[in-house]
Design a protein around this ligand. Sequence first.
Ligand SMILES: CC(C)(COP(=O)(O)OP(=O)(O)OC[C@H]1O[C@@H](n2cnc3c(N)ncnc32)[C@H](O)[C@@H]1OP(=O)(O)O)[C@@H](O)C(=O)NCCC(=O)NCCS
Length: 261
Amino acid sequence: MPKSPAATLLLLEKTLAVVFPEHLASLSLTAVVSPEAYLTQTPAAGTITLADPELATLASYTLPKRRAQWLTGRICAKQATSEYLRRFVPQLPLPESRDIMIRNLPSGRPEIDSPLAAVRGLDLSISHSGGYAAALVSSSACGIDIQEDSETLPRISNRFCQAHEAEILQRHLPDHHPIPRLNLLWTAKEAARKAVGREKMPGFLELVLHRCEPTSDQYAMLVLRQDPCPPQPPRDLIILATRFAHFSLSVVLTNGGNAHA
Ligand SMILES: CC(C)(COP(=O)(O)OP(=O)(O)OC[C@H]1O[C@@H](n2cnc3c(N)ncnc32)[C@H](O)[C@@H]1OP(=O)(O)O)[C@@H](O)C(=O)NCCC(=O)NCCS
């Protein structure tokens, strides 16, 4: 599995196009930015900037960890959106990053708020853990989850990992230690919940690991089956899962229609 965040990002960008050839998607993965350093910097060309309502939201957070993770999630979301437009809608002039506003629905789900029609139809997912944040933007419903390894995972594993799922992971990922292995499944399920949970998020045990293919030593492809079967397809969700340092990172793109249509 790749070691640096930059290598991880490159690997995911390359692999997404192979695993999900029909989807357009763009990713960002960044070390957490200090809000104080961010707010006192002199903006230069290419600096990601927040719109006034976003600055007000940042000011409303008092916990240092939440402030930093929230800010970095926004920076990642704007970076991923700009990159998506640059790659897939090159005929449009790139908007200012402050014109790509990120807001949360009452459920907490993030969405892109912009007067630009090209941006309005895109789905967005954000995640943060430890010293990193990540975002994924796609033309169809998507989810991303990053999670630092934690001693808590084995203790709560019965809440998200059934015995036969643990067996599948052990059989296909024998070189991983138990915590990283559990963490891959945790992030896979969190990413899937974000992708399909627009109306109602499925529980962890309603997403059942069906297959695990360690496609290379760099990443694994996990197939989660929704059980019970959802009213609308897809039933099976393909997850691209990888590791860097002591983090697991999972990404899912669904065949579900445009999440904001
Ligand atoms: C949402 C949830 C999956 C977040 O996972 P987490 O591992 O704790 O934290 P992460 O850092 O990975 O993700 C946080 C991000 O998830 C996104 N998020 C929050 N709620 C979401 C939702 N309902 N759907 C999709 N994404 C959501 C947000 O962008 C949030 O970051 P932000 O607040 O800085 O914008 C988890 O907290 C959860 O299960 N909450 C319950 C939400 C729920 O059931 N709501 C009712 C649905 S209608």
